[in-house]
Design a protein around this ligand. Sequence first.
Ligand code: SAH
Length: 233
Amino acid sequence: MRPIGIIHSCYREKFGIPRQPGLVKSARGEVELLPPCNREEMFKGLETFSHIWLQFLFHEAVGDGWRPTVRPPWLGGKERVGLFATRTPHRPNFLGLSVVRYLGMRKEKGKLFLDISELDLLHGTPIVDIKPYVPYSDRVEEAANGFVRFAESEISVRFSPEADAACRQYEKECGRDLKTLIHEVLKQDPRPASQRKQQREYGMLLWEMNVRWLSDDTGFTVLSVDERDKKMP
Ligand code: SAH
């Protein structure tokens, strides 16, 4: 297989990426189509669909290998289940599958892009196939969520005045609503299950910004939002 495209994403590192697509509505990205798949005619008609399936390579998991069983965060990070009962990136062929919102095709500087949102993919992810999502057969009303217990997060997310100002400045400069993105990402609680009870500081990259936040009993506080190069040691 050869990649047909490559993802440009707001997620610049693995930490912070939601566990599935559709959870962070303001996540934005694009598929840069690569030759020989950068021809408009290959996507004619795709604009009639609102969502698409992306099949991709978990390229940053390949080096770590895989194990037959894993500890999914839904089970408190303690209980093990079979890898094929999960959506873990660490699988024998490292293939991922995500349904994302399709916003349309764009041409820029001789390159062809598909704009997407609500993704859960890392920047640089190689895409191996694209298909329309068709609810008439893909949506399964009576499907069970298994051991995945998804509940709206109760975590409160606050911003320090400095972080708030930095988000507003960023939005002024490049038109991206970084504050909403940070808010939605933190609401998903990206902390590993084993660290849920500790007070701790975390850092994550969104676009080219380094976001520092503190977790304690009262919730999460975004401390600062700085350009990546200014990252503290
Ligand atoms: N919806 C996909 C992905 C689920 S796993 C599927 O079901 O196949 C989601 C996690 O994959 C994210 O939390 C992120 O940390 C990780 N991830 C996303 N892109 C990746 C990549 N290119 N390499 C390794 N891990 C990646």
